[in-house]
Design a binder for this molecule. Structure first.
Ligand code: SF4
Length: 474
């Protein structure tokens, strides 16, 4: 049987074995999954099967299983439980009350200014809510999350208390899904899962609750578009971050760059060529299988991990645009460079609010609250640090030792540091923000500990019913 031209070119490439030899070969797909086939099997059905193995087809096929949920029910019991457990938006506590006071609070010597945008983003609250709803919808069933649902220790502790198993990753062996049976419930976290995991759980026969943030899915759509247009996806992100791992699994050819320095290196290579071996060594963990910088950098499209610094993603986009214009001429730019707006508003708003609050000359120091493995929180810590403003990043109030006036805090480049005498005597104005995966309760506990340090007689904040936060409509 003859192969159709399109299959020949798109799936197999040059040097295709003849039908007579009927060899067995592996067809690479964008997901990294492999499909075995013989030339004699190259029927329409086989082509369809290969299509099914592509990331976008796997995503679509989940809908047809009848075991797939990706919407929020807004179950009022779940809302009550989120509030009671302190893993939703604050509705009665200090943060809720600050919201009603113009993001301002004064408690004795301590003045607190809360950034205009802070804390839980829409996608994260949605994910935690969906996990709570899943627990209620499947009582008695084993429920697993393929990873931490969001990067927050308290939220993950609460889920474990509800008998939700969070699958851990072994650095050597990867994830062990062997304890998940068909009939169990599997939750995909807010930053999504890659195509191979999606396929595995689709075929396993489990019930899937997919909390992937729609903004993350938007990035997946963009790399899918680039692949269809035979563009290499240049992903601004961290190659080991779960979201970027998932995004890469939906791309065909890709290169992951983490910052402007790496972008400059790539742009120099595009314009002047360079040492191919050095390039491959530098990006050995950050490229698609079979990537060749001399082949795959002629047509590129920019995508991003949604929590990267917006300004940096934009600067990388401009750099790539200029490079492609210089190499191929302005009139040919659209054939060689694509960009789609996929940076999440929540990340942008939190960063913009932090730039604004750190310009306030009355602020003596910043407190940044968020999980230590949260990428977006690390960027929030970076902004005051770069402005020379003292900034302490903590994940829980327990990092503050009241007796010794010391604080264990993380620096944005990863080091955990203990600072003694961090809270000065006398009046102080503290700016506060929190990462997109940080529930308001974490901020309240940190601030209440500060109030208590300044005033041993502090009795705590009396709860008061407040209006819920105004959320963006996505
Ligand atoms: S930070 Fe943005 S992309 Fe990430 S979960 Fe929140 S809303 Fe979604």
């Amino acid at each position: 049987m003859m192969l159709s031209n399109s299959f020949n070119k798109s799936a197999i490439g040059a040097g295709l074995p003849t039908a007579q030899s009927q060899p067995v070969y592996r067809v690479p797909s964008r997901t990294g999954l492999r499909v075995r086939a013989t030339v004699a099997d190259e029927t329409a059905a086989t082509q369809q099967q290969q299509e099914e193995e592509r990331g976008r087809e796997i995503r679509r096929s989940l809908n047809k299983t009848g075991r797939y949920v990706r919407t929020v029910k807004n179950d009022p019991d779940a809302t009550k439980a989120l509030d009671a457990d302190g893993v939703g938006y604050s509705l009665t506590g200090l943060v809720a009350q600050m919201r009603e006071e113009g993001n301002f609070w004064k408690q004795g010597d301590v003045t607190v200014k809360l950034a205009k945008a802070y804390g839980y983003c829409w996608g994260v609250e949605r994910a935690v809510r969906m996990a709570y709803e899943a627990r209620r919808a499947f009582p008695g069933r084993s429920i697993h999350v393929t990873n931490e649902i969001i990067h927050n220790p308290e939220v993950n502790r609460r889920l474990r208390e509800m008998d939700v198993n969070i699958v851990k990753e072994d650095p050597q062996k990867g994830k062990d899904y062997s304890k998940i049976d068909n009939g169990d419930v599997v939750i995909f976290p807010a930053f999504g899962v890659g195509a191979p995991d999606m396929k595995y759980f689709r075929d396993k026969g489990v019930n899937i609750v997919d909390t992937t943030c729609p903004w993350v899915a938007k990035v997946w759509n963009s790399v899918d578009t680039y692949a269809k247009k035979k563009c290499t996806s240049i992903i601004h992100g961290k190659y080991s971050h779960e979201e970027t791992v998932a995004t890469a699994s939906f791309a065909e050819d890709y290169l992951i760059i983490k910052d402007l320095n790496e972008a400059q290196y790539v742009c120099d290579y595009i314009l002047k060529g360079g040492d191919r071996e050095e390039f491959m060594k530098k990006f050995s963990k950050a490229v698609s299988k079979g990537f060749d910088p001399d082949v795959h950098l002629n047509r590129v499209g920019l995508a991003n991990q949604t929590t990267m610094l917006k300004g940096e993603t934009q600067a990388i986009g401009k750099m790539l645009e200029r490079t492609m214009m210089e190499k191929f001429g302005p009139q040919n730019l659209q054939d060689h460079f694509m960009v789609m707006d996929t940076i999440c508003d929540a990340t942008q708003e939190r960063q913009d609010a932090l730039y604004e609050i750190t310009d306030d000359p009355t602020i003596d120091m910043m407190l940044v609250v968020g999980g230590f493995n949260s990428s977006n929180t690390s960027h929030l810590q970076e902004i005051p640090h770069n402005k020379g403003l003292p900034a302490f990043w903590v994940d829980t109030a327990d990092r503050i030792d009241m007796a010794s006036n010391s604080i264990a805090h993380k620096l944005h480049y990863g080091e955990l540091k203990v600072t003694e005498n961090w809270l000065p005597e006398g009046p102080i104005t503290i700016g506060v923000t929190s990462g997109a995966s940080t529930p308001d309760r974490a901020v309240e506990e940190v601030l209440e500990r500060v109030f208590r340090m300044k005033d041993p007689n502090f009795k705590g904040i009396q709860p008061r019913e407040c209006a819920p936060p105004v959320l963006p409509t996505h």
